[in-house]
Each structure stands twice: as C-alpha cells, then as structure tokens.
Ligand binder design. Sequence first.
Ligand code: NAP
Length: 417
Amino acid sequence: MSNLIKIGICGWGNVATGLYKQLSTNNNLDLNFEITCIGARRDNPKCDPSPIKIHRDIFDVIDDDIDVLIELIGGVEVAKDLIERALASGKHVVTANKAVIFEHGKELIALADQYNVKLLFESAVCAGTPIIKMLSNDLQANEVSKIAGMLNGTTNYILSKMEEGESYEQTLKNAQELGYAEPDPSLDVNGTDAAHKIGILSSLAFNSSLPVHGFHIEGIEQITQSDFIFAREFGFVVKHLAVAKKTAHGVELRSHPTLLKSSSNLASLKGVRNGIQIDTDLLGEFHIAGSGAGQESTASGIISDLISLSRTENSSSMNMPEFTNAVKIIPFTELSFRYYIYLEVKDKSGVLAKVTKIFADQNISFDKVSQKEQLSDNKVPIIIISDPINELNMQNALKEARCHEEILDLKIIRIED
Ligand SMILES: NC(=O)c1ccc[n+]([C@@H]2O[C@H](COP(=O)([O-])OP(=O)(O)OC[C@H]3O[C@@H](n4cnc5c(N)ncnc54)[C@H](OP(=O)(O)O)[C@@H]3O)[C@@H](O)[C@H]2O)c1
C-alpha cells in the first residue's frame, strides 16, 4: 500500500474539475489519498465538490493539512508565488503549468531542493502523454540527439479540421468549448505554448538552462485551407512542429508550421493528439503519441505525479532536473530548410521570370513550380518547392520580393525533411 497523501487543489477550472472527477470516480487508482481542500475563488457550475472544504483565497490551501499542493490556476506570476510559498512551507507541488516551469523552473526546482520537497510537472508537456519522466528517468542511458513533436493539442486539432475543410475560426471555437485550448488561446495558435514545451524538453534532454529565449516561434495564423490542398499535391500535410536538436555547433530550437511527408509517422496524427519523435543513440528513432490536452489526459499526468510521490518513501531519491547548463542556441538564420513558397502575383507576362531572378540572386533554386488557376482581381497563385537553402538567404529573398508591386502576397512554410 502506498503512503497516504493529503492533497490540496488550487484552481477550479477545466483541469482541476477533471482531476477531481477522476480522483473521485476512478476505481483503478493505486493511490492512497485524501482531498483535504480546494482553492477556488468561485464555484464552478460544472462540478460540485461538496463536502470538501473550499478556500476562497487559494493561498490558504498552503496552510491547510496537506502534503501536496496541485497548482492548476495557469499563468505565471501568481502561480510562481503560490508554488514558491508552498515549497517553502515544506509541501510538494504538482503543476500542469508549462509557462511557469519554462520561465521559473530553474529557481523553483532549486527551492524545492532547498526545502527537501519535490516539484513535479508531468502534465505540463503533452498533458498525460508520458514524456517528462521518460526523459528524466527512463532514457538516462541514452544520448538524445533530436526531439521533434506536435506539442500543442489545440493547434493539431485546428489543423486537422482545416485539412477536412472546416474554417479556422469555427474549429478554434470548438477547441475552446471542448476545453482543449488554453485560457488565452493566442498562446496555442501563435506557437508560444509549443515553444514553452520544447524549451522544457530541450532542457531535460540536453541539460540546458531555463528559461531560454530568442529562438524562432511562429504560429498557425497564416495557414489557409488552400495550403492543405497545394501541399497535398506535393505529398505533404501541414502541421505545427516544435524541434530541439543537438549538433556540434549548439542546440537548434524552433516552434513553427511545417510541411511533413504525408507518409510520415507524425503526419498521421490527427485531432488533439500530440506526437513526439525522439532520436537516441541506443534506442534509435522512436515515437510516442497520445492525447495532449483535455481533462482526462491532463488528469492522467497529474495522477502519475501523485503516485510517484506516494510511492517514494524518501522523496529526495526522486530524480529532478536542474535546468542549469547554458548551451548555445544556434541562430535561426544559420539553419537550412527546403521551403514551400506561396505567391500571389499579377497576371502579366514576365512576372515568373522576375520571381525566379529574385530567388536566384540569393542562390535559391526551385525543385518544383506550379502555377494555379487565376483568382479574382487578376491574381495568380504560384506554388514553389525550393531546394535546401539557408534561412538567411530566404529571408533576404522575401524582403526583396515584397518590394515588387507585381507580387501581391507571399508566404513560406518550412519543410521538415
Ligand atoms: N486545458 C488543458 O487541456 C490543459 C492541458 C495541460 C495543461 N494545462 C494547464 O493546466 C492549467 C489550468 O488550465 P485550465 O484549462 O484548467 O484553465 P481554466 O479552465 O481557465 O482554469 C483556471 C482556474 O484557475 C483559477 N484562477 C486563475 N487565476 C487565478 C488567480 N490569480 N487566483 C485564483 N484563482 C485563479 C480560475 O478561476 P476563475 O474561473 O475565477 O478565473 C479557474 O478556476 C494551466 O496551467 C494549463 O496550461 C491545461
């Protein structure tokens, strides 16, 4: 039988109420626990936890008779304060909050060490799909060289629905109603949420420090339904990918839309699923995939942390990352990609030759070019798949192309080979 742990839950939104439902109804749990209290500044009509004690001031949870505080309020500053005070009061903390771990994980882990308690965050990346403990413990014998993943369930849900022909706006609304999207969905769709997660995974895999700033982050706001149609013609699907890769020159870190080969493992993952490909020396390339958002999946990750805490006689024997080694992040402009280039040009002679020259001046050659049917207003779409080229050359070509009045619209999506 595991040790009894007394739990205080802070926050009473999607994840907290989903966790409560699992803890109160799931008969399969090998967890000896008691929910002592909940910190909720207001009731949630979707879930009545009575007769459990409610504190309207979430900070009062710390002073109650608890062993572990579960932080589920989200955001950075108040969450950081709450976690700090709980750790300093000798309480373990479990959190699903990637933003606070990304920004303050290093100092919070140090604080937990100082007070001989634990800060666990399995559900902060990919919700319940197990990746944090895998990188911290199970892969210890391996050298990880690359992690590439679809790390945001909302983004993958939206892109999958757009691939089926639904609109961006409607699918974002559905994702919010289903509880997949973050309280502020702009962090999902602008790539920041996936960037936080790949930052955390990069520090676990490569022992790098947190927070890490200045790496390339781009969202899915510019993706349109026609991109899916054109990409399909060339054997690709549109996904949002976050990548951390260790090279001899440092660590490559990025979070942006990509074209993936339709036949690839990650391309086949639809809906709210998250998928990660990990390259290691001993295991080779392997994949994990699972639901990366939502009440049940997140509850699964939080409960796995509670079980770890309850099974550990001496919590100081549990592995926690340090996030302290500063590694060099390779500037994005030094990376090299093949590109999908979408242009809308005026329908007049000589324009394609002009486009070709602009890119050729930056040593960019084309693997495939496809001119599409004329749109309204005399506009013609052209789709180009480039050969591999340095990002800086591509940025220069885009800057030059935007100066020409015949080029009416222009965007790129990088191809992940
Ligand atoms: N949703 C998912 O699928 C998912 C997956 C993995 C991880 N997470 C993480 O889990 C955490 C919670 O997400 P969620 O979806 O449950 O969010 P949510 O539905 O918006 O719930 C947040 C809860 O925290 C409360 N809260 C926020 N700020 C507070 C403050 N300053 N003081 C007191 N209470 C405060 C809110 O109260 P009010 O209702 O009064 O505002 C609400 O009860 C976030 O860190 C998120 O990143 C979510």
